[in-house]
Write a protein that binds this ligand. Structure first.
Ligand code: DOR
Ligand code: ZN
Ligand code: ZN
Ligand code: ZN
Length: 387
């Protein structure tokens, strides 16, 4: 197959190791098919999906179910992340080796941090033996205390706060446990200055640790929340400007290894509720590359090759995925992006069922126009037929 490009730049297929596809159980928010199509439109050829579905992905048959649905969808490849504990109850461990044999690429607590440190220690030891990374949401619920926003915004709107130490305290615990057990700890959506410092310290000690940061934590702080609009509600919350800058610095110096979107679709109905009642989460997979290209690469703060490393190579390495690179003789996993063409973000045009993004109306360039996974075209909007 010959693909004609006209000025687009060709990059390795992007990889997002943190998305919520909502199937089984919450198909009105997203399905594996709609999420994988949204990923393709965002230039992603591989995504790893979180297990906080209903039922949760906590046994081998459910891991295989995700893989079957993903294959049938025929868009971006989807790799299941399985639960650390059965039923997300934080009491009984799942079987890491069996989950890996079924196709899970990592274990995670997502949506509900494992509060019991002893249980987490056993989970990490088991994951280390099975050779799986453990992706942690990192929230100490006793500190978070049912809060909904970061301090500044919480005060302005009269809502309970999620203190930044709720994240950092859990990361500190898990770093110490990872060091002792030899497990690979993967810290999800880092959002605070304290967390960045702890991860930098852990890396200096030689702990096996990788970390991701979400586009919204790099580009927005809690001062953006001026009204009771649940589109800004996400966990971890948009933090202080100082925290945001620490995350940017950590991303630029490599302490935060990679970008992950934490794509978290919800229905319009749910997100129209007041912040106190609406669910946490933002979608992001269709706009992550243009947002970061525009605000980091075009802004002169990061080289394009480095952004690609943080959105493809490093996630592939951390989760043991092939690809992220185009190998001679292998089937291609790639994306063509139009660097120079500016377009405004329009959630109505998303392939995702979720439109809950605070970035609506932002003008950005670097839009993907063609995505190829395993040699197959999975997204094409070049406006001319390929031959
Ligand atoms: O904002 C979030 N949304 N944070 C989470 O931890 C869970 C996620 C979701 O599943 O909606
Ligand atoms: Zn999470
Ligand atoms: Zn979260
Ligand atoms: Zn998440």
């Amino acid at each position: 197959r010959v693909i004609r490009l006209a000025g687009e730049v060709l990059l390795p297929g992007l990889i997002d190791v943190h998305v919520h596809l909502r199937e089984p159980g919450f198909e009105a928010k997203e399905t594996i098919a709609s999420g994988a199509a949204a990923a393709a439109a965002g230039g992603f050829t591989q995504i790893a999906c979180m297990p906080n579905t209903k039922p949760p992905i906590d046994d081998p048959e459910r891991v295989r179910y995700v893989l079957r649905q993903a294959k049938a969808a025929g868009a971006a490849r989807v790799w299941p992340i399985a639960c650390i504990t059965k039923g997300q109850a934080g009491k009984e461990l799942t079987d890491a080796a069996a989950l890996k044999a079924a196709g899970a690429v990592a274990l995670s607590d997502d949506g509900k941090g494992v509060q019991d440190g002893g249980l987490m220690r056993r989970a990490l030891a088991q994951a280390a033996a099975a050779g799986l990374p453990v992706a942690v949401h990192a929230e100490d619920e006793t500190i978070a205390g049912g809060g909904v926003l970061h301090a500044g915004a919480a005060r302005r709107l009269g809502l309970p706060e999620i203190p930044p130490e709720a994240e950092a305290a859990m990361i500190a615990r898990d770093i110490l446990l990872a060091e002792q057990t030899g497990a690979h700890l993967h810290v999800c959506h880092v959002s605070t200055a304290q967390s960045v410092d702890l991860i930098r310290w852990a890396k200096q000690r030689g702990v096996r640790i990788t970390a991701e940061v979400a586009p919204h934590h790099l580009l927005l702080a809690d001062d953006a929340i001026t009204a009771d609009d649940a589109v800004y509600k996400v966990n971890p919350p948009l933090r202080s400007e100082r925290d945001r800058q620490a995350c940017v610095a950590g991303f630029l110096d490599g302490t935060l290894d990679m970008i992950a979107t934490d794509h978290a679709p919800h229905t319009a109905e749910e997100k129209q509720k007041p912040i106190a009642e609406a669910p946490f989460g933002m979608v992001g997979i269709e706009i992550a590359f243009p947002l970061l290209y525009t605000h980091f690469v075009a802004a002169g703060r990061l080289r394009l090759a480095e952004l690609v490393r943080r959105m493809s190579t490093r996630p592939a390495q951390a989760f043991g995925l092939a690809g992220g690179v185009i190998r001679p003789g292998g089937p291609a996993d790639l994306v063509a992006v139009r660097l120079g063409e500016e377009r405004v973000i329009r959630p109505e045009a998303f392939r995702s069922k979720g439109r809950n993004t605070p970035f609506a109306g932002w003008p950005v360039c670097g839009w993907p126009v063609l995505t190829v996974a395993q040699g197959r075209v999975i997204f094409d909007e070049r406006g001319e037929p390929h031959v």
